[in-house]
Design a protein around this ligand. Structure first.
Ligand SMILES: [Zn+2]
Length: 191
């Protein structure tokens, strides 16, 4: 994908900050590494759920994971799952729509996430979605992947591609690291 390389990165948008304190996420959820030291890349993922009856959107969970833990986790996926996920992203991702959003709002990455990266569904039409982006220190880095959002349909489709082994591994990871109850774990996928 082609977009501007920004060596210094962009300021971290508010949506990727701690939803309670509005400060930065400061530590890797798995190894407690200090992310703001700035010598390791990290990924932040957040999952949102909209409650239309209450007219409210809540963060189900949010975390930062350092590049080392992220790579370890990916290495632990079964080869079958990894292949399935890669194929899905390569064939289903709407690259041109993402590029257009980036070109229209080069300095406002929050707008790049206005629609599901896979299905193009606007955020306002979804009851559940997750966002992710890559960071280094106190900057968002867009060289490897743009910040993106995927909605509940894509999350379901991705989940269906995981092998039984990977599902069990992920389930354990979610339980161990987040203490997330089993009934919520299905709502979420690490990609
Ligand atoms: Zn870590």
């Amino acid at each position: 994908m082609q977009y501007d390389n920004r060596e210094d990165g962009l300021p971290i948008p508010e949506i990727f900050r701690n939803s309670d304190t509005k400060g930065y996420l400061t530590h890797c959820i798995q190894c407690d590494y200090e992310l703001l030291k700035g010598d390791r890349y990290y990924v932040i993922e957040k999952v949102f759920k909209r409650y239309p009856n209450l007219n409210s959107t809540q963060v189900l969970f949010e975390y930062a994971i350092c590049s080392e833990c992220y790579e370890n986790m990916k290495d632990s996926l079964s080869a079958e799952s990894m292949q399935n996920l890669t194929n899905y992203m390569m064939t289903k991702m709407d690259v041109s729509a993402m590029q257009q959003r980036i070109q229209e709002h080069p300095n406002d990455p929050q707008k790049w996430m206005s629609h599901c990266m896979i299905h193009g569904t606007p955020e306002a039409e979804m009851n559940e979605y997750q966002i992710a982006a890559c960071f280094k220190g106190d900057k968002m880095v867009t060289d490897f992947m743009p910040p993106y959002m995927i909605g509940d349909l894509a999350i379901e489709e991705l989940n269906a591609l995981l092998s039984k082994q990977t599902k069990e591994d992920m389930d354990r990871f979610m339980g161990d690291v987040f203490g997330i109850p089993p009934e919520l774990r299905k709502d979420f996928i690490l990609i």
